[in-house]
Design a protein around this ligand. Structure first.
Ligand code: MG
Length: 318
């Protein structure tokens, strides 16, 4: 039995947040440093825990903070029957609030995200807030909710994900990455075969940035050829949006049915470990569903119950 829609939403949201938390302690470490500290296999479990108010948990980063803001805004906009413009206005307010006082404190947010939020706070229209050359992974890392909320309307998932990039990231590679991820997640939720999901991602990226589409294709070819992750992730460090979405496609192509393997493969990289693992976690988590999420990782994740409840809301129209 394939996972239900609710199972897939929970798998994607929790998988993304868990990947973020696994990659958190090694985001700024090269792969050699990771292995020197954690052993030949690198991190194989949460390596960072915080304690607050008597709770011990593995903290996620800005990726999940912003993805949660996106998801909350999309659900509220949907329940209020809002159009794109109204929902982006709502999301802009949520981003400004996040930049001022992020839930759980600041977690090394990216400069383009902060600059976009400053522009939004000054009253710059949402379509113009992101710098035209901002092409980091800061918008794609939070784009998977579009593929969940609009799973039955993939064109809208793509169009709105692309629009939302403009709040902070205007470069075509960031728009292409958002398009590919949203479409990819929607295709996974629709139970499309792995090869079809990857084709959909390439086609979506190609509409905004052909070089991004080529980068995804090459990453998929590497996965099929069995190219070593160290080689692939040396090229795809994922600080840039096109590299990040290609890295996600590689993880999905390599480990489509094994969330644990995908997340650890993504976290143990020289580049933006938490973002790579979060993107892979969204795609693979949507495929395997909450049943495929390792129990201990789910239980020990920061605000696990709150994120799980939010994921369940996607299938419940308010
Ligand atoms: Mg991060």
């Amino acid at each position: 039995m394939p996972p239900t829609f609710e199972d897939r939403c929970r798998g994607a949201v929790l998988g993304a947040a868990i990947g973020d938390a696994l990659g958190h302690p090694v985001e700024f470490m090269k792969i050699d440093q990771i292995r020197a500290r954690f052993g030949a296999a690198g991190v194989t479990d949460y390596a960072l825990f915080w304690e607050r108010a008597g709770q011990r948990f593995a903290p996620y980063t800005d990726d999940t903070q912003m993805a949660e803001a996106v998801l909350v805004s999309l659900l509220a906009g949907r329940d209020a029957g809002e159009d794109l413009d109204a929902t982006m206005g709502r999301m802009a307010q949520a981003f400004v609030g996040w930049a001022r006082d992020p839930q759980g404190g600041h977690r090394a947010p990216g400069n383009a995200c902060l600059a976009g939020c400053r522009a939004l706070a000054r009253g710059v229209p949402w379509r113009e807030a992101g710098a035209p050359q901002a092409g980091g992974c800061g918008s794609v890392m939070r784009a998977y909710p579009f593929g969940l909320v609009f799973a039955d309307a993939p064109e809208r998932a793509e169009a709105w994900a692309v629009a939302h990039s403009l709040l902070t990231h205007g470069d075509p590679i960031a728009q292409a990455a958002c398009a590919a991820l949203a479409r990819g997640v929607a295709a996974v939720v629709a139970d499309a075969p792995v090869a079809e999901v990857l084709t959909v991602m390439v086609q979506a990226a190609d509409r905004y940035s052909p070089p991004t589409a080529r980068m995804i294709e090459r990453a998929v070819a590497d996965a099929h050829a069995g190219t070593d992750p160290d080689v692939v992730f040396e090229r795809l460090q994922a600080w840039a949006a096109h590299e990040a979405v290609a890295a996600a496609a590689y993880l999905f192509a390599r480990h489509p049915d094994d969330l644990r393997a995908a997340l650890l493969c993504g976290a143990n990289t020289s580049g933006d470990s938490d973002s790579i693992a979060t993107l892979g976690g969204a795609l693979v988590g949507a495929r395997v569903g909450v049943q495929g999420v390792p129990e201990a990782w789910r239980v020990n994740l920061e605000r696990s119950a709150a994120l799980d409840a939010l994921a369940r809301r996607i299938g419940q129209r308010g």
